[in-house]
Each structure stands twice: as structure tokens, then as C-alpha cells.
Design a protein. Structure first.
Length: 581
RNA sequence: GCGCCUGUAGCUCAGCUGGAUAGAGCAACUGCCUUCUAAGCAGUGGGUCAGGAGUUCGAAUCUCUUCAGGCGCGCCA
């Protein structure tokens, strides 16, 4: 019915005298019509008169008076009122208001979806954690967020691709490989273990597996490998890596290959358990090498050089990023000839754009915010529109258990992994609490609360509403052959108590649209909380199953719509509704 | 020092491209279970939207500024 209202409003706007086309277009763009906050203001409301008034320098109430008359004359609505500074509030005819129930039941799982995206292609890159160990709870938030906005955008009519970028080419992978190497040759190396190697149990597991699948030949010279290494922790591990690569290259490559595939498999499994899947896994190493002139990384850097944006200084190759607002220019190729992580990233983003997406979304940890300017500069430099990239920052989540903060560090091996979290509270509750606050804000994740059977656990509050409806339906089907398909007594007005519930349901599509435009899943959570409250209140006021047969049918039909709302809303968050508590 | 984010009820947070009396949960206090799941409902109290100035019909929302807190400022990834 909002469409019908807007149609009348547009007719009204066009009929205004002395209106320029520009002004008309702007008013049409800026005004909004929607569902009222609550029934005391009618069903629908529009601010068009206030918007038009400021544009046309007229009195909003005068405009409202004229519009009101035309809306009444259209005979499409039950009543029209002017309110406050110039709002127009509309009450729908009973049958139009009630039609929302049938609408939801008919559209069912697709209710709330739209074609707003017009099938534009969006690529979302998220998680992309270094494959050096299992995912921790910090990664979980990015995973939940990226996956949720993927689901929301898809339902809003976008063609979505979800991608994981595997940083499998850098120093971190070398450290991972060295860590496994040391565990494999623990005895020969006489228990030597550098400070900066990864200490997690999974390293030993990979070492053990390696020994099972490969014939482990003895080291050529174990003493030489660890003899007289630098004292500095960083230099120590780097020197060790160089020595192993030089002296034991075949073993190094075998170990690296197994370590990487094992860690990636763990990550993939953890994500699947977390109900997150990717359409594409993109490997950094596939960007190739600087020594290969035809590689993606060489082509990207040459393109920047040819445009005069990359220059040499102090033996390194730099990209001018300052003109795009960066603090300083950035190094692409180090003075020793190796590419930086940034160079790979430039090539990666070029590749993404070359693949033809209309829009790219990167979900990054908030600690990377200083990185945005330079990547935008590189996109600009490559001749693309930097506004096609939207970087969404996700703040770290602090985990609290029994009132104490849980620390996380991959290297020390002491961390609360995503898998631990899933074991502790389950995938759905974990996703729910990750998404319960704006992604770019700090989140205190309280494990005890997420598990609690108490009122303050909003996750169960919402699920409880769904379960209660399921329970009613089950009881109804004990005495009836099939689910009802009409809400006659509500339509006739002989059962009015659920109007508030219906009104609340009618807000759902606009909530989804708003969440998709702003990429904010938490809006859905807040809506669901309000909606669940509305349902619980209704449930408390009515003894449904003792009503007349006609009323029972009408209410069960109506509550099925409510169940669809809850189920669809949770579905946007990747959460399964609970049928029984 | 520069940049980004944040400051709303005792606590944790919502608040749409500026709109109607600033909302919710928890905590506190009152009530509601012989009836569909009380993990529920109804109600009461609680606010100078950090401070100040500006923009306008209208500001928690936009601009400037002060104060307070967090994060980032590598030829790391």
C-alpha cells in the first residue's frame, strides 16, 4: 500500500503549479513514506509536505491540507490526518491492512526480499585470516558480519560472491613452516625452539601427520642449522628460515605444502561449522612472482609505473599515495627486490575489478583502517573508480568468561578459538551476539550471558517466540487436518487484538532494505527483539486455543505470518530458528 | 604530533538520507502462573543526548570548537 500512497503523492507533486523539474526530482528523491511507529499514528505516514515546503518555500501545513484532500478523494484509504509539523498519517481500509497477513503467508520465505539491487554484482571479501593457525574469536566477528551482509544483499536483489583471500605467500607462512619443521626434528635439534615460532598444539599435530605420510629423512647437518643464531627474536627466526630453505629445500617445500593445506582445511571446517561458506578461495600465490613479467603482480606494478605513479627512491619502488590523502607514499618493492604485502594487495584488487564486479566490499579488522587510503590510491592509480570499493571495518571482540577477559594470541598458542566458542555456546548464539552490535564498534562478548537461561539473553527471547508459535501450531494440528489459509474474523474486525502484531510485521521489508543499504545486520536483531516482544505480549493477552473455531483459524493463520517473519529475519543472520525449547 | 572511531538512563546499547512527547534490555521497586512453554507479561521510578557555539521551520543526528576514552600511524602482514 506504500506504493499506492506514493503514486498519489507523485501525482500531487506534479500537479503543483510553478514547480521546476529539478525541484520536483529532488523532492521525489528526498521524501519518504513508510509504516508509522505505532498505531496511534495510523498505518502509514509521509513527510513529503515538509520536504516539499522547505524546497518550495511554502507552508508545510498548507501543502498538507491540499494533499489530504486529494488523498481522501482518491478513495484508496480509510482516513487521512495531518499531524505535528506537517506529517500526513493514513489509516488503511480494513481489508488492505489485513492483506499483509495473506501477503506474508503467500510469499513465505521470500517475504522481505526485493529487487532493489537490480542484480548488480557485489563481491564481499572477508575473514581472509592468515593461514597460520585456527581462527580465533576475533575472526569470528568478521565471518559472521561478512556472511550476514552477503545474505542480506542477496535477498535485496544483488548477485553476491563471497571470497576468502589466502595470504599464502608471505613471511608468516615461512614461520608456520619453520615451526612445523622444528617439531618434526625435535629430537635432532635437541629440543631447540625459537621464541617467535608458533607454539600451538596444532603445529605438533601437523608435524605428527607429516611423519606419518612422508618418509622423514634425517637432517643433513642439524647442528649447523641452529648454530650461533642471532639473539634478536625476529632475526633469529628469519635466519633459521633462510638456513632451512638453503640446506633442506626439498623437506621445506613438502612441509610447507602440508602445513598450509592442513591449516586451510581447519579454517574451512571451522567456518562451515559456523555456517559460513565461500564461493571462491583466492590464493595470494596465484598472483605470481616479480621475476615473471607476465604475472598479475608484475602487470599491476608495471601499469602503475607506466602511469608515472610509481618511482624509485633509496633502492625501493614507491607508489604515490599522498595525493589521495595518505600520510606518506608507500613501498611496493623493497630495496632487496621483494614485493611488499601492499604490492600483492594492489594486484589482488586489480584482479577483483578486472573480474567485472559492480562493487567490491572488503571486511577488514579495524586495526587496518590506516590501510584504506593507500589501497584506494592504488585503485585510482590503476584507472578505476575508487568508490566501487567499500571497506567495512570490524572491531575486535573482547571475550569475557566468568567476568574475566579472555586473551588471544595466535603465536603463543594460548587462545580461545572460534571452534572453542562454537563448542561453548553453539553457532547460532555466537553469530547472534557477534551481530548484535554495529560491526565497527567494540563488542564485549559475554559467554556466560550467551549461555544463560535468563531473561537478559535476547537470543533465546527471540527464539522463544518462534518456539511458542510452533507449539501452538502443533497443538492446532492435533485437532485439525490442515493449516488455515484465511484470517476472516480478524478481517471483519471481530478479533482485533493482533493489529499491533500485524502492524509490526508490515515494517519488516523496510528493515531488511535499510539493513542492506547500510550493511548493518544489527538493525534486524533490534527489530526482531521488538517484534518478539510484541508477540509475547499478544500471547500473554490471549488464550488462543480456547477461542471460537473461526477465531482460532484466523489467529493461527496470522501467527504463521509472525513465524515467517521470525524465521526470515533469523535467516538473514544465518541463524536457524528453534522449534522447541 | 597526525589520522580514524567513540561519548545517549546506574550498566549494556538502539535511535533511518535532520522530523512528531529521546527508546529497549539489565539492575531497583509493584503486580500476573489450577488455562496454549513464567526463557513470558503488565506497571513505576530513572536523561542538560560529554560541554560550548553555529546552520533552520525543526538538531541526539549536520558544521566548528573544547574536554574525555579507544585504536592506527613499518621497506610487517
Amino acid at each position: 500500500m506504500i506504493e499506492a500512497l506514493n503514486e498519489e503523492i507523485n501525482k500531487f507533486l506534479s500537479s503543483l503549479s510553478n514547480i521546476e523539474k529539478n525541484a520536483l526530482d529532488e523532492i521525489k528523491k528526498r521524501y519518504s513514506s513508510g509504516v508509522t511507529d505505532d498505531l496511534s499514528k495510523g498505518h502509514l505516514t509521509t513527510n513529503v509536505c515538509m520536504i516539499a515546503a522547505s524546497k518550495l518555500k511554502k507552508n508545510p501545513k498548507e501543502l498538507a491540507f491540499t494533499l489530504k484532500k486529494e488523498l481522501i478523494d482518491s478513495n484508496k484509504f480509510k482516513s487521512v490526518e495531518i499531524a505535528g509539523p506537517g506529517f500526513i498519517n493514513i489509516a488503511l481500509k480494513r481489508e488492505d491492512f489485513i492483506s499483509i497477513i495473506k501477503n506474508i503467508n503467500t510469499q513465505s520465505s521470500s517475504f522481505g526480499s526485493s529487487d532493489h539491487g537490480k542484480n548488480q554484482s557485489i563481491q564481499i571479501e572477508f575473514v581472509s585470516a592468515n593461514p597460520t593457525g585456527p581462527l580465533h574469536v576475533g575472526h569470528g566477528r568478521g565471518a559472521a558480519y561478512g556472511d550476514a551482509i552477503g545474505r542480506i544483499l542477496k535477498s535485496s536483489g544483488y548477485s553476491v560472491q563471497k571470497e576468502y583471500y589466502i595470504n599464502d605467500a608471505g613471511r608468516q607462512i615461512d614461520i608456520l613452516t619453520a615451526s612445523v619443521f622444528i617439531r618434526i626434528y625435535e629430537e635432532e635439534l635437541m629440543g631447540y625452539f625459537p621464541q617467535n615460532a608458533y607454539k600451538g598444539l596444532y603445529i605438533s599435530d601437523i608435524a605428527k601427520l607429516f611423519k606419518e605420510v612422508h618418509k622423514v629423512a634425517p637432517l643433513i647437518d642439524s647442528k649447523e642449522l641452529i648454530h650461533n643464531l642471532p639473539k634478536d627474536e625476529e632475526k633469529e627466526i628469519d635466519e633459521l628460515i633462510i638456513r632451512i630453505k638453503n640446506k633442506e629445500n626439498a623437506k621445506w617445500l613438502d612441509i610447507k605444502s602440508l602445513a598450509l593445506s592442513q591449516v586451510l582445511q581447519t579454517i574451512r571446517t571451522d567456518l562451515e561449522d559456523f555456517n559460513v561458506t565461500f564461493d571462491n578461495w583466492f590464493s595470494e600465490s596465484s598472483l605470481g612472482d616479480l621475476t615473471d613479467e607476465g604475472s598479475k603482480i608484475s602487470l599491476a606494478i608495471n601499469s602503475l609505473k607506466n602511469k608515472g605513479l610509481a618511482y624509485e627512491e633509496n633502492g625501493a619502488i614507491w607508489l604515490t599515495t599522498v595525493k589521495d590523502g595518505d600520510d606518506k607514499n608507500r613501498v611496493l618493492i623493497r630495496d632487496d627486490g621483494r614485493a611488499t604485502y601492499f604490492a600483492s594487495d594492489v594486484a589482488y584488487h586489480k584482479d577483483k575489478i578486472d573480474r567485472g564486479f559492480d562493487k567490491l566490499i572488503n571486511v577488514w579488522g579495524a586495526d587496518h583502517h590506516g590501510y584504506i587510503k593507500r589501497i584506494e590510491a592504488s585503485i585510482n592509480g590503476l584507472g578505476f573508480d575508487k568508490t566501487s570499493l567499500d571497506v567495512r571495518l570490524v572491531q575486535f571482540a573482547n571475550l569475557f568468561k566468568d567476568g574475566k577477559k579472555v586473551k588471544m594470541s595466535t603465536r603463543s598458542g594460548e587462545f580461545f578459538s572460534l571452534a572453542d566458542l562454537i563448542n561453548e555456546i553453539g553457532t547460532d548464539a555466537a553469530r547472534f551476539y557477534y551481530l548484535s552490535k554495529q560491526a565497527d564498534q567494540h563488542l564485549d562478548f559475554d559467554l556466560s550471558l550467551a549461555k544463560a537461561d535468563s531473561k537478559e539473553n535476547i537470543f533465546y527471547y527471540i527464539q522463544y517466540a518462534h518456539a511458542r508459535i510452533c507449539s501452538l501450531q502443533k497443538k492446532y494440528l492435533n485437532v485439525s487436518a490442515s493449516m488455515p489459509s484465511e484470517a476472516n474474523s480478524i478481517a471483519k474486525g471481530s478479533y482485533k487484538n493482533c493489529d499491533k502484531l500485524i502492524h509490526e510485521m508490515s515494517k519488516y521489508p523496510s528493515v531488511i532494505l535499510r539493513a542492506s543499504l547500510s550493511l548493518q545486520p544489527h538493525l534486524i536483531i533490534f527489530y526482531l527483539k521488538d517484534f518478539a516482544h510484541c508477540f509475547h505480549s499478544f500471547y500473554n493477552d490471549n488464550q488462543v486455543l480456547t477461542e471460537s473455531k473461526e477465531n482460532i483459524e484466523a489467529i493461527i493463520y496470522c501467527l504463521n505470518a509472525a513465524k515467517i517473519i521470525l524465521s526470515n529475519g533469523l535467516g538473514m543472520l544465518g541463524i536457524k530458528p528453534i522449534e522447541k525449547m
